[in-house]
Design a protein around this ligand. Structure first.
Ligand code: ATP
Ligand code: MG
Ligand code: FE
Length: 336
């Protein structure tokens, strides 16, 4: 199965085979192209996908020592994402599949993220609870089986990754904010800046991170003038996000009776979050599973994997390659 991902500012291709696992994967990030504009410019993203995608696909085929004729199917990201960027992957994937006379499967990007931890050795069995923390989403999902998802909690405003990115900007750090804040936080003094743990004082599994951003703004006005102050703020912010996520994960596991947690999305690469969830798992007797770091952020390995599972479940896309820039996870059809 060839996987193709072009939903935002990463162009990616990957090859996955059910018996052998992940054969090859490659990602080209456009971060540097958009840096000067302070955010992703959709038109530039689409054009760069056009330029990079064919070479990436040829690259993974070469890495795996395969000819295109060996492909049994092509999985591509149908949404959610930037419409023009999605169309590049959709058009390329559908045409290639048509030319090779193999099935094409349009994949929900968040299903990809959610399944990424299962690409690792000794994947957990289902049912499980998934924490999906990316640039655009913060979701707690009950996973009864492949394709059977129930959203338990969602962000009512900013996503966790978005909060890292906006806080980074307030601290004068570059995009993406997550890694930059994690680095700066290492020099921060524990307890020097204490920020709120939003929505943990009431029941429920929803998240809200926009108030935290306002708290950071005030802290920056008060303490952000020197390097130690900024490090303390980064530390306090990271602790607040990590603790908030940990509290909601614990609640979701208690509420569902699940004993397994998977974590995915870019914020899932955060070392402090992993440390905190590992400690919680040891304390409460559940297991927690993460993708390798490079499969936390956008990649095509997760798309190829989801595609292989959907193909095995009998799903076949038709010749249509319409995209779904907005696509709630709850509207994803159950396979088979
Ligand atoms: P979505 O999948 O919701 O559309 P996305 O694909 O843009 O969003 P990802 O690529 O999964 O999101 O993740 C990017 C986000 O992860 C960014 O907001 C980035 O700041 C954050 N991130 C990356 N590494 C870390 C880290 N070590 N700590 C915290 N956040 C991180
Ligand atoms: Mg990205
Ligand atoms: Fe993503």
């Amino acid at each position: 199965m060839l996987g193709i991902e072009t939903s935002c500012d990463e162009t990616a291709a990957a090859l996955y085979q059910p018996e052998a696992g992940l054969l090859a994967h490659a990602v080209h990030s456009q971060v540097a192209d958009h840096a000067a504009y302070g955010g992703v410019v959709p038109e530039l993203a689409s054009r760069d996908h056009v330029r990079k995608l064919p070479g990436l696909v040829q690259g993974v085929l070469r890495d795996a020592g395969l000819e295109a004729e060996a492909l049994g199917g092509v999985a591509w990201t149908r949404g959610p994402g930037l419409p023009g960027a999605l169309m590049v992957g959709a058009g390329f994937a559908r045409s290639l599949a048509w030319g090779l006379d193999v099935p094409a499967v349009g994949i929900h990007h968040l299903e990809g993220h959610l399944l990424a931890p299962l690409l690792e050795p000794q994947p957990p069995a289902m049912p499980l609870v998934a924490l999906l923390v990316s640039g655009g989403h913060t979701l707690l999902v009950q996973v009864a089986g492949f394709g059977r998802y129930r959203v338990l909690g969602d962000s009512v405003d900013d996503a966790a990754g978005e909060a890292f990115d906006k806080t980074a900007r307030l601290l004068g750090l570059p995009y993406p904010g997550g890694p930059a804040i994690a680095r700066l936080a290492e020099a921060g003094r524990p307890g020097a800046v204490r920020l709120p743990r939003p929505m943990t004082d009431r029941p429920g599994l929803d998240f809200s991170f926009s108030g935290l951003k306002t708290a950071v703004l005030h802290a920056v006005e008060e303490r952000g003038s020197d390097e130690q102050g900024r490090a303390d703020i980064a530390h306090g912010f990271q602790e607040a996000v990590v603790e908030t996520l940990a509290i909601k994960c614990r609640r979701a596991l208690e509420q569902t009776g699940c004993r397994r947690l998977v974590v995915s999305g870019g914020v899932g690469a955060n070392a402090r979050l992993r440390e905190r969830l590992d400690a919680l798992a040891a304390e409460r007797g559940f297991s927690v599973h993460y993708p390798r770091l490079e499969l936390c952020t956008d990649n095509a390995a997760m798309i190829a994997y989801a595609g292989a599972l959907r193909l095995a479940a009998g799903e076949r896309g038709d010749l249509d390659f319409s995209v779904r820039p907005r696509w709630p996870l709850a509207e994803l059809p159950v396979p088979g």
